[in-house]
Design a protein around this ligand. Structure first.
Ligand SMILES: Cc1cc2nc3c(=O)[nH]c(=O)nc-3n(C[C@H](O)[C@H](O)[C@H](O)COP(=O)(O)OP(=O)(O)OC[C@H]3O[C@@H](n4cnc5c(N)ncnc54)[C@H](O)[C@@H]3O)c2cc1C
Length: 393
C-alpha cells in the first residue's frame, strides 16, 4: 500500500456535490483531493437532466445546456391535458456529461487535485483525521486527511464505512426507469409531466427534451424498479407507440435525509449520499451542489456542527414544503385530484406564468382552486391549513 502526503480534505465522488465542495474549498486555499471511481467524470450519470432557472443563474454554466424550457404540459390520467408557458425559461435540460465535467474542471482550475479511476473502499480514523483508502490501478492507495466529504451518490460507501445512521423508514425513494427516446412529436422547449394512479403511484412520468424529437422519457414510482420498468413500457406503448429507444437506464433518487445524520466527527455527507433530493420532484442536482458548498463552508469555519444547521437553514423550508405537497398529493382520491386539476386546466391552459417552484405552485393552486382548502382540511386539519396559508401568504 502506498501512503500519500496529507490533505486538508478528501472529497469522494466527482458529481455535482463533490465538485462543488472541492471547488469551494480549493478556492479558499485548502489542499483538496477529489477521487472519482470512473475513468472519466460524467460517464455514468443517471438523470433526466432538468434544472430550474434559479439554479442555472446560481451556477452560470458556460456549457452543458441542451435545451431551454418555456412550456410545461400537464397530463393527469386521461382526463387532464393542458399547457402553460413563460417568456423567460422555466428551466433547462442539461447535457450532464458536459455539465458535470465543467464543475469538475472548475474545482481543478481552482487548485483541487483530481484522481480518476480511484474507487473509495474504506476509511480509518487517526489521531488527527483519517486515512482514506482507494483502489487505484489494481493497488490500494492511502490518503491522509483532516476532513472527508462523502459525495459518492445514493449507495454511499463513505456513509456505510463511517457508520452513518440514516433510518430507512424516513427515506422517500423514487425507483426510476428512463429511456432516451426519439419521437417526432417531442418539442425542444416543452417538458411533460404525467400522473396516473395506475402507472405512477408515488411518483410521476416525465418527458424532458434534449432537442426537437429527442428526450429523456422516464417514470418513477415508490415501490420497485420492476414496477418502474413495466409501467414505463406501458406509458410508452400508450403515448409514444412509434417512439424509438436509443438508450435506457435505471436509478434511484433518495430523499428524506435532511432530518437524518449528515455529519460524524469530521466526515460530512453531501448530495445523494446524504439523501437530499427534493421529495416531490426527485430533483437532486441543485441540492447536491448547494450541500457541497455548505460542507466546504463548515470546514472553512472548522466547525462540523455548522453543516446540518446550514443545510436546514438553506434547504429546509422548500424541502418541508415539497414533502408536505407530496404527502397531500399522493393521498388525494381520484375525484379530489381531478377536481383540482380541472380547475387548473380551466384557468391556466395557455397562460403565461412566471416562476415554478414549490411555493409558487402552491400559491397558484390555492388561487385557482378553492377545492385545495377542503383537501387540506380533510388531510391535515386546521394546523396544516394554517401552515400552508402562512407559506403562501
Ligand atoms: C432517473 C433519474 C432521473 C433524475 N432526474 C433528475 C433531474 O431531472 N433533475 C435533477 O435535479 N435531479 C435528477 N435526478 C437526481 C440527480 O441525478 C442526483 O440527485 C444528482 O446526480 C446527485 O448528485 P451527487 O453529486 O450527490 O451524486 P452523483 O451525481 O451520483 O455523483 C456521485 C459520484 O461519485 C462517484 N462514486 C461513487 N462511488 C464511488 C467510490 N466508491 N469511489 C469514488 N467515486 C465514487 C460516482 O461515479 C459519481 O461520479 C435524477 C435521478 C435519476 C435516477
Amino acid at each position: 500500500m502506498t501512503a500519500n502526503k496529507g490533505f486538508d480534505a478528501v472529497v469522494v465522488g466527482a458529481g455535482p456535490a463533490g465538485s462543488s465542495a472541492a471547488f469551494h474549498l480549493a478556492k479558499a486555499g485548502k489542499k483538496v483531493l477529489i477521487i472519482e471511481k470512473d475513468r472519466e467524470v460524467g460517464r455514468n450519470v443517471l438523470c433526466a437532466e432538468g434544472i430550474s432557472r434559479k439554479f442555472y443563474e446560481m451556477v452560470k454554466p458556460e456549457k452543458g445546456i441542451a435545451s431551454e424550457i418555456r412550456k410545461i404540459r400537464i397530463k393527469v390520467e386521461d382526463e387532464i391535458d393542458f399547457q402553460v408557458y413563460s417568456t423567460k425559461p422555466f428551466g433547462y435540460i442539461l447535457e450532464r456529461k458536459i455539465f458535470d465535467r465543467l464543475l469538475y474542471e472548475r474545482a481543478v482550475e481552482s487548485g483541487a487535485t483530481p484522481i480518476v479511476g480511484a474507487r473509495f473502499v474504506d476509511l480509518k480514523s487517526t489521531n488527527d483525521g483519517y486515512r482514506v483508502i482507494a483502489l487505484y490501478k489494481g493497488r490500494e492507495v492511502e490518503f491522509v486527511t483532516e476532513w472527508v466529504i462523502g459525495a459518492d451518490g445514493p449507495a454511499s460507501g463513505v456513509g456505510l464505512k463511517a457508520g452513518f445512521q440514516n433510518e430507512f423508514e424516513r427515506e422517500v425513494v423514487h425507483y426510476c426507469s428512463q429511456v432516451f427516446l426519439f419521437h417526432p412529436e417531442i418539442q425542444a422547449d416543452t417538458i411533460v409531466f404525467f400522473y396516473s394512479h395506475e402507472l405512477t403511484p408515488g411518483g410521476y412520468a416525465w418527458v424532458f427534451p434534449k432537442s426537437t424529437g429527442f428526450a429523456n422519457v422516464g417514470l418513477g414510482v415508490n415501490s420497485s424498479w420492476e414496477d418502474a420498468e413495466n409501467n414505463l413500457n406501458a406509458f410508452l406503448n400508450r403515448y409514444y407507440p412509434e417512439g424509438k429507444i436509443l438508450g435506457y437506464l435505471r436509478g434511484v433518487v433518495p430523499s428524506g435525509g435532511i432530518d437524518g445524520q449528515l455529519v460524524k466527527n469530521r466526515i460530512l455527507l453531501t448530495g445523494d449520499a446524504a439523501k437530499l433530493a427534493d421529495p416531490m420532484s426527485g430533483g437532486g442536482i441543485a441540492n447536491a451542489y448547494i450541500s457541497g458548498d455548505l460542507a466546504a463552508l463548515a470546514i472553512l469555519n472548522n466547525d462540523p456542527r455548522l453543516y446540518p444547521r446550514m443545510i436546514k437553514k438553506n434547504l429546509g423550508r422548500d424541502y418541508h414544503i415539497s414533502s408536505t405537497i407530496r404527502k397531500i398529493f399522493y393521498s388525494m382520491s381520484h375525484d379530489e385530484l381531478i377536481g383540482i386539476f380541472k380547475d387548473l386546466e380551466r384557468s391556466l391552459n395557455g397562460a403565461n406564468i412566471g416562476e415554478i417552484d414549490a411555493v409558487s405552485a402552491l400559491k397558484l393552486v390555492a388561487k385557482v382552486s378553492p377545492k385545495l382548502a377542503v383537501v387540506l382540511a380533510n388531510f391535515g386539519g386546521k394546523a396544516l391549513y394554517e401552515f400552508i396559508r402562512d407559506v403562501i401568504s
